[in-house]
Design a protein around this ligand. Structure first.
Ligand SMILES: [Zn+2]
Ligand SMILES: [Zn+2]
Length: 391
């Protein structure tokens, strides 16, 4: 069956690319992927499978492929949401939805998995076990789609869940993995600082929220550099500082939003404690009011060592010419809501090189100039096919 499956995937490489380009042209934001979900559901129309739509807290879709032979039940997950980014590439299939872009490769994830799933449906008499294809909405925005899909119970009984992500630093053909904790957990926070507004000429009659906010931004830089064990990993980023006003008016309030990443719960707790402490200190120091919403979301992603070893063995023994190298990647500070599957089921999330050909320094995920080498689609399909065929 494997040989036949690989052949079918090769023959349908162009179709994967066409699907990917179509999705790329019509990206939709997290939790608003109505048309994308419809496109996916339509793809399965008339095929001999069970399909569940509107799974979880959005447009999640689960397709169950029952093989004709006994075997494990596994989940294969691809996400399908896009980002609020104005695309700056020159590709002919550039986003037609203004201000929305598939800049994380979820269009490619969905495209390869649709075609792979269809090939598996065609070969299902030969297939050992059951496959739950997880087309997941809303990966990019917490609370994400994965948590709700897990909580809905549709995956109960699966023996393992697999997922991939395109990775732009490596060329198509490279496959990367990391066993154990491999991607960071994440916390979102929002700090609202309330001061007193006033005339730009009379600071003594006001209480400047911008100055207090600027101190907060500077102070939290010391958490990772001065509080964290240098062998631990932590990242704190302020991504939004709403200080826009009039040049001659003292701002009464500002709102900051930030992002925290960590690889362990100990670091999660340490950073939380420090940020709360600094916010309290700003209140004291500047006489302002601080309101801090601190919301941990995606947990650190843990790749089951046994399942990961199986994936690595399947990929390393592959004779498919498209799979050129299988190497260990370092931990990665990005976050992924695939972590929720991995927290409940033995799972493996691995990386598929997608560096555009002829580019030395590729743009990273979420960049308005993000592009991929579409050869990565067939690599992804074949790599996951290897995992599926291992049983
Ligand atoms: Zn992303
Ligand atoms: Zn992504």
């Amino acid at each position: 069956m494997k040989q036949q499956l690989m052949k079918m995937l090769e023959q349908r490489k162009d179709e994967m690319i066409q699907i990917r380009r179509y999705l790329h042209e019509y990206p939709e934001l997290s939790f608003q992927e109505e048309k994308t979900a419809q496109y996916i559901a339509d793809f399965y129309k008339g095929k001999d499978v069970e399909i569940q739509t509107n799974v979880g807290n959005g447009y999640g879709i689960i397709v169950t492929i029952e093989g004709g032979k006994p075997g494990r039940t596994i989940g294969l997950r691809a996400d399908f949401d896009a980002l609020p980014i104005h695309e700056e590439t020159d590709v002919p299939f550039k986003s037609k939805n203004e201000g929305v872009m598939h800049a994380c490769g979820h269009d490619a994830h969905t495209a390869y998995l649709l075609v792979l799933a269809d090939c598996l449906i065609k070969l299902k008499a030969e297939l050992a076990g059951t496959i739950k294809v997880i087309h997941q909405h809303a990966e990019e925005v917490p609370p994400g789609g994965a948590k709700s899909i897990v909580e809905s119970g549709v995956l109960d009984g699966v023996d393992a869940v697999y997922g991939i992500h395109l990775f732009p630093t490596n060329p198509a053909g490279d496959v990367g993995y990391h066993s154990g904790y491999s991607m960071a957990g994440r916390t979102y926070f929002k700090l609202r600082i309330q001061g007193v507004g006033g005339h730009g000429s009379s600071p003594h009659m006001a209480n400047d929220a911008i100055v207090a906010g600027a101190h907060f931004v500077t102070s939290i830089q010391t958490v990772v550099s001065r509080r964290l064990n240098p062998f631990d990993m932590g990242v704190i980023t302020i991504g939004s500082f709403d200080g826009k006003g009039q040049f001659n008016v003292i701002k009464d309030s500002v709102e900051l939003e930030g992002d925290v990443r960590y690889m362990t719960t100990e670091v999660q707790e340490l950073i939380s404690k420090e940020i709360h402490r600094i916010a309290k200190g700003i209140e004291e120091e500047f006489g302002v009011k601080c309101e801090l919403d601190y919301v941990p979301d995606y947990p650190p992603l843990f790749n089951d060592p046994e399942i990961t070893a199986e994936v690595v063995a399947a990929l390393q023994s592959s004779t498919e010419p498209e799979i050129k190298s299988v190497t260990e990647f370092p931990m990665f500070s990005g976050s992924e809501d695939f972590a929720y599957y991995a927290a409940k089921y033995p799972s493996c999330f691995f990386y598929i090189g997608s560096k555009p050909k002829g580019v030395e320094k590729p743009y990273f995920n979420h960049h308005p100039k993000w592009e991929i080498d579409e050869d990565a689609l067939l690599v992804a399909a074949k790599a996951v096919a290897e995992v599926v065929c291992r049983g």
